[in-house]
Design a protein around this ligand. Structure first.
Ligand code: NAP
Ligand code: G4F
Length: 350
């Protein structure tokens, strides 16, 4: 039986990947960090919580990373843990550089020392491309990071390649474009919209405050994307792959479809909040996943319209079940009203 170690198993991708690897017969270990309140709701929602082995680890702590490797003796390491929110990276640029950048070197170094034969996956991102180019981005497109998050991830991308080329280790970069699901964190725009629309539809909320409605992203479905991670790790030779649907939509498109699904009048409920505009924006991102399609035989299964419907319906069902007094693993009732969160970096600078 193969063993896999997933850093960041409590996140969106970590939970879906755990479920996928269990279905493939892996023994799955996952790292979590100590919080004042445990955060295992995604693993519980997918029904895999009792099936994974959990190891406490913090990305800033080399000894805990080493212990995670020696305790799990992994054949495959999926390094997903990071400060993953671009917006927060402007508010916390120094810790983001550490957790989304330098931490990858801590894990690569611990892997070189303790698990040199293990295969290593780095959660790279379409944010590396940044910039203002119009066309689809592939593995050979130039990088032009536009946020502390993207700069940190670019460093991690290069370190992953450097360990491959210096030490002959199997290290791979999955350059994944945005992927979403009902398990997406509530601060990301898609889930913010699906959750707010569900609440508006039920009369629990009146307005959604958003930033740049014109930004365009290539949005796919997270369960499809975690499969590509595993496919990269099964190749004879380590390499880097772009994973994307090849189609981009604007934030306004997402809002419009979500509102249509629930018969909500978009103009009545949407408000633009300038404090949510980023100091530097990536206006549009669309990917060219030809290499992944040809060599990995990976294909996205769920399209944009079905993704919006799936997310809106999932959040609507949750709020209805909650109103009916049902108890189930879920994040939204514990989340503060977005209006109560001050976006310091942006509002102070404007
Ligand atoms: P996510 O839901 O935000 O999950 C991030 C994970 O990292 C969580 O388990 C989190 O733990 C953990 N983490 C954060 N800081 C940590 C620390 N200091 N020590 C230990 N663990 C820490 O992100 P995701 O959407 O699943 O994304 C997974 C990875 O792919 C990230 O590296 C992200 O940058 C990258 N990526 C994501 C996308 C996308 O569209 N989703 C696209 C490209 C790349 P808590 O649960 O305790 O917060
Ligand atoms: O949902 P977002 O916060 O995702 P973003 O910045 O594209 O980053 C996500 O995808 C990356 C892959 O490309 C990952 F690497 C990263 O970890 C993360 O998963 O924002 C999407 C777009 C942005 O242009 C943002 O400015 O939506 C725009 N937007 C407009 N109003 C908003 C809002 N974003 C958020 N979060 N909240 C808003 O109210």
């Amino acid at each position: 039986m193969k063993s896999a170690l997933i850093t960041g198993i409590t996140g969106q991708d970590g939970a879906y990947l755990a479920k996928f690897l269990l279905s493939k017969g892996y023994r799955v270990y996952g790292t979590f960090r100590r919080l004042s309140t445990p955060n295992f709701w995604r693993l519980q929602a997918l029904g895999v919580f009792p099936k994974v082995k959990l190891i406490s680890m913090d990305l800033g702590d080399f000894s805990s990373i080493s212990e995670a490797l020696t305790a799990s003796k992994p054949d495959e390491i999926y390094h997903l843990a990071a400060q993953s929110f671009v917006g927060a990276s402007f508010e916390q640029p120094i810790s983001t550089s550490d957790m989304s950048g330098l931490a990858t070197t801590r894990i690569l170094e611990a892997t070189r020392i303790h698990s040199r034969d293990a295969r290593f996956y780095q959660a790279s991102t379409s944010e590396l491309f940044g910039g203002s180019q119009l066309g689809p981005r592939s593995e050979s497109s130039p990088f032009e990071p536009q946020s502390p998050y993207a700069a940190a991830k670019l460093y991690a991308y290069w370190m992953t390649k450097i360990y491959r080329e210096s030490y002959g280790m199997f290290t791979t970069n999955g350059i994944l474009f945005n992927h979403e699901s009902p398990l997406r964190g509530l601060e990301f725009v898609t889930r913010k919209i699906s959750n707010a629309c569900a609440r508006i539809g039920l009369g629990l909320q009146d307005k959604i405050r958003l930033g740049n409605l014109e930004a365009r992203r290539d949005w796919g479905y997270a369960p499809d994307y975690v499969e590509s991670m595993w496919m990269m790790m099964q190749q004879d030779k380590a390499d880097d792959y772009v994973v994307a649907t090849g189609v981009s939509h604007s934030v306004a498109d997402f809002v419009q479809l979500a509102c249509e699904r629930l018969n909500i009048d978009m103009s009545t409920h949407i408000r633009i909040d300038k404090s949510l505009l980023r100091p530097l924006e990536v206006d549009r991102l669309v990917g060219d996943a030809k290499k992944a399609k040809t060599l990995l035989h990976w294909e996205p299964r769920l399209g944009f319209s079905d993704l919006v419907t799936l997310m809106v319906e999932a959040d609507l069902k949750r709020w209805k079940d909650w109103q009916a007094g049902k108890f189930f693993p879920w994040d939204a009732p514990l989340y503060p009203d977005a209006n109560n969160i001050i976006v310091t970096r942006y509002s102070l600078d404007r």
